[in-house]
Ligand binder design. Structure first.
Ligand SMILES: Cc1ncc(COP(=O)(O)O)c(C=O)c1O
Length: 368
């Protein structure tokens, strides 16, 4: 699945972007698939919030700033997804978005969810719970084969847009299915172009702390307009109500804000927005193009040095086979190179962002 990319995308000023991320002065940080590097602007935004709370307390000024910034963050995440902000909920993680969809669809006995066997536990965990507690059938097929595996009882297909283990992309044929599609966008949101209508999905859950370089506790869920009134909001609290003062008569907010996480702190929202703005000012399309280009280059270098690369797509992840992934990860960390192992697999994984450069890739190769 690949969105079209305008040919006139300007190039990233890589040296200037790199300077925005303090951690890069010390280590070859190749781990945005876990958490992106935090930009200086996020650190400053977080400090401002704590200083406001320290000097003025958390009264009207704090909550007014939170309300305004929350809507700016919603608009920012909507622009990453190419969506209407009305259809974007602010969550704390990809996993939270996934759980809200799986619970809100109110599936039960007779329904089946089709997924891939090597999805992240953020998806497989709640699916296991659905099977055990709601008697929903869960069936698996390899990511590339999901479109052909849909059966008469399939009520939902749930899988990654970009696989967290290999960096492979979900098959384009998923777009033509007749059943709702939930895409786990943890490894794609901010990393690769997203065209929701070409993807043909009903729900798209993403993380703010990975490729958008925000703090932990930031994320989003897109709910397609067709599902706006049909996805049951789970755990409605006062932030999800249009008229909280109406007591028991209060109604859910229109649009996806009814699925917002209950306690979105200014301490999270402000640095998340600052991180988005750092990337947006470099040009999001250019950021993605540079990041996927660096990943392709890294895959080439690793293959050239005799490493076996897991089959991947045009993404920002590169995984390769290692005899002892944990040992090798720790040895690389000692040499100032941050990558991760993938428990349960023989793989090590590097994540490349536009903030990386050839020197990071060379440092990895030299340390292997
Ligand atoms: C494919 C995939 N899904 C879900 C998650 C969980 O993301 P979050 O921590 O934002 O819930 C991850 C995290 O690595 C992931 O790679």
């Amino acid at each position: 699945m690949r969105a079209g990319r305008p040919s006139s995308v300007r190039a990233v000023d890589a040296a200037a972007l790199r300077l925005q991320f303090p951690v890069l002065a010390r280590v070859a940080y190749l781990n945005a698939g876990t958490c992106g590097p935090l930009p200086r602007a996020s650190l400053e935004a977080a400090r401002d919030v704590w200083e406001l709370a320290e000097s003025q307390g958390r009264g009207a000024a704090y909550f007014e700033r939170l309300g305004a910034m929350r809507e700016r963050l919603r608009a920012a995440y909507a622009s990453v997804l190419g969506a209407d902000p009305l259809d974007v909920a602010l969550t704390t993680s990809t996993s939270e978005g996934v759980v809200r969809v799986l619970a809100g669809l109110e599936l039960g006995p007779g329904d089946e969810v089709l997924t891939a066997p090597d999805e992240h536990a953020g998806l497989l965990g709640p699916l296991r719970a659905l099977r055990e507690r709601r008697s929903v059938a869960v069936r698996t097929a390899p990511l590339a084969e999901l479109p052909d595996a849909v059966g008469p009882r399939t009520a939902l297909v749930a899988c990654s847009h970009v696989s967290w283990t290999t960096g492979a992309l979900a098959p384009e044929a998923l777009a033509g299915l007749d059943v709702p599609l939930l895409l786990d966008g943890a490894q794609s949101t901010g990393a690769v172009p997203i065209d929701l209508s070409a993807l043909g999905c009903s729900f798209y859950a993403g993380s703010g702390q990975k490729w958008l370089c925000g703090p932990m506790g930031s994320g989003m869920l897109w709910v397609s307009p067709a599902w706006r009134e049909r996805l049951e909001p789970t755990g409605l609290t006062y932030v999800n109500l249009s008229d909280p003062a109406a007591g028991l008569a209060a109604r859910p907010l229109p649009g996806a804000a009814r699925h917002d996480a209950p306690a979105l702190a200014l301490e999270t929202v402000a640095p998340a927005l600052a991180a988005y703005e750092t990337l947006a000012s470099a040009g999001l399309s250019a950021v993605q193009r540079r990041a996927t280009g660096l990943a392709a280059r890294l895959a080439e270098l690793l293959a050239g040095s005799g490493r076996l690369i897991a089959p991947r797509g045009r993404s920002t992840l590169v995984s390769w086979h290692s005899r002892d992934p944990v040992l090798e990860r720790d040895r690389l960390a000692a040499a100032g190179v941050v990558v991760r192992d993938l428990p349960g697999t023989p793989l090590l994984r590097a994540s490349t962002g536009a903030w990386n450069d050839e020197s990071d890739l060379e440092r990895l190769l030299a340390a292997l």
